[in-house]
Design a protein around this ligand. Sequence first.
Ligand code: TPP
Length: 558
Amino acid sequence: MALRRGSDTLSVMPTVSAQIALALAEHVEQVFGVMGNGNAYLLDAFERLPGVTVTTVRHEAGAVVAADAFHRASGGLAVATATYGAGFTNMLTPLAESVLGRVPMVVVVGDQPTVGPRPWDVDQVAIASAVGARTFTVGVDEAAAVTGDAIEWALTQRTPVVLAIPYDLAAREAGRSKPRAITKPSPVIPQPADIDELVELLALAQRPYLLSGRGAWLAGAGEALGEVADLTGAITGTTALGRGLFPRGEFDLGVTGGFGAEQAMAVVGQADVAVVFGAALNQFTTRFGDLFDPETVVVQVDVAETPTNPRVNRFLRGDAALVAVAVAEGLRTRGIPSTGWRESLEIAPLRRYEPGTGVAPDGRLDPRSVAERIAELLPDDRVVVTDGGHFLGWVNMFWPVAAPDRMMTIGTAYQSIGLGFSSVAGAASAKPESTIVLATGDGGGLMALADLETAVRVAGGSGIAVVWNDAAYSAEVTLYGRAKGLSLEPMLIPEVDFAALGEAVGAEGVVVRAVADLDRLATWSAEPAESRRFLVLDCRISGEIVAPYQQEIIRVNS
Ligand SMILES: Cc1ncc(C[n+]2csc(CCOP(=O)(O)OP(=O)(O)O)c2C)c(N)n1
C-alpha cells in the first residue's frame, strides 16, 4: 500500500477508515468536512494521503454545500464528511438540495455502533432515506468494496449517497477487500425515426428557437447545438443554469423565463418551433406557462422517460449531444437552407433591462444601479455563486457568466436560503484561477454565517461577497407583506454590518452606501490576488424596487 504520507499508519494498520479513504482517493481530490468522534480516523487517513485536499468548514451543512458547489464547478465527484448524529443531521437541508440537484456525492459519516444504538443515536438510514439518499454501511471485511459500491451508485445514478461508518469499526483493522471496477453509464441513444422527425420539423420552421439547460451542458452538447443554430438560423436562449452554453452569444436572448428581458421574451413568443435541450421546463423557465405562444410547437429533448411539462407537444428521448450531432448531420445531408431569422433581428438591444436610478425613493441604493456598476467591474473569468432570495433577480439579470459551470445557485431546487457562504469554498477549490463572486441577502447571509470564515480562508484574495443588505427578508416582504398585507415585523432584520463581520474573519469590508463606494472594487480588481484580501461589499440597498420575476410571482399568486 504505497499511498501514504507522514506516518506509516495506512500501511501498518489498514483500518476501516483508511480503506474508505483509499478507495475514495481513486476518484476524488477534494473533501469537505467538519470533524467529530465519528469521522476522526477518516479525516486523519485523508490527511495522510497525497493528492487529497481536506478543506475544513465550520458547519456540517457547509460541507455538503461546498462539496456540491465543487461538483457543479468541476464535474468531479463531491465528498463531504461529518460525525454521527448531530453532525449528520446538520447536513440534511443541503443534502435534500443535492438529491434534487442530481449531484453525485458521497457523504461519509459516523453512525451507531454495530452492537446497537447509544442514547444519542438516531436512525440515520431512515433519515437519509427520507430526503432521498441511500445509505451504504461499511463492515470490517468489505470496507473498500462497499465504498466502491457507494461511489458507483453516486456516479451512475447522479445522486448523493451516505457512506456510514459504525462507530466501533472506524479504527478496526480492515479486511483486504477491493472496490469493483466502476461501469460508466452509457448515454441514452436517440431513435433514428425521432431524429428524422425533428429534422423535418426544423426544415419546415420559419422562426426556430433553441432553448438549453444544464442537462445539455452535462451532455457536452454546446458545440453541436451551436451548429444546429448555425444551420437553421435559430435564435437561442438558456435557462439560468445553462448560461453561456451557445457559442454565438450575439444571437442569444440570454436567460429565459422570469429573469429574462421583456423584449427578448417577446421574441420567444414569436417562434413557430421551439426545441428544448436538457431543461426541465419548470414554472420559472416557462414564465408560469406564458413563455411560448399557444401556436408554437414545443419539442423537448431529454434523458427523462417522459416529458417534464404538459406544454411539450413532442418528446424525443436521448442524450442532448447525440441528438444535436444527429440533427445537424440530418440538416446538412438534406441541404436545408437557414431561415435567416436570427440575422433579421438585432438581438443585443432586446437583452437590455430597465436601468437603475442610483438612489431609490427611500434613500437607499437602487439594486439595479449596484448590479450594473458591479457588472462593469467584475472580471470575465468570474464564477458566480448565489444564495436564494429576492436579490436573485438582479444577479441573473445583470451578471451573465461565460459557461454553465460558472453560475450556481445551491438551494433553488429545494427552495432553501442560507447556503451561500459555504458555496464559495467549493467553487474556489474547483476553479482556483477564477474570481469567485458570491451574492447573498442579509437574511440568508446570517443563516450561513458560520462559513463566512471558510469563504474568506479558502477563496482569499480571489473571492468577493456581495451582500444585498436591505435589512429585511425582502422576498417575504414583497410576496406576503406588501402583496398580502401580513405583519411586517417578522420579516425585518436590524441592519447588520457585514463589512465588520467580514473584517472579523480576515476579509476587507466595504460598506456601500453610494454607487461611487463601489470604486474600491475597481482598485481591488487591479491588485494581484496574492496581495489583496477577500472583499465583502456590504451594499445597503432598497427593498422597495421589486424585481420583475417577483412581480410575476405576485401576479400568479393573486
Ligand atoms: C431555510 C429557509 N428558510 C426560510 C425560507 C423562506 N425564505 C425564502 S426567501 C426568504 C428571504 C431571504 O432574505 P434575504 O436573504 O435577506 O434576501 P432578500 O429576499 O432580502 O433579497 C426567506 C426567509 C427558505 N426559503 N429557506
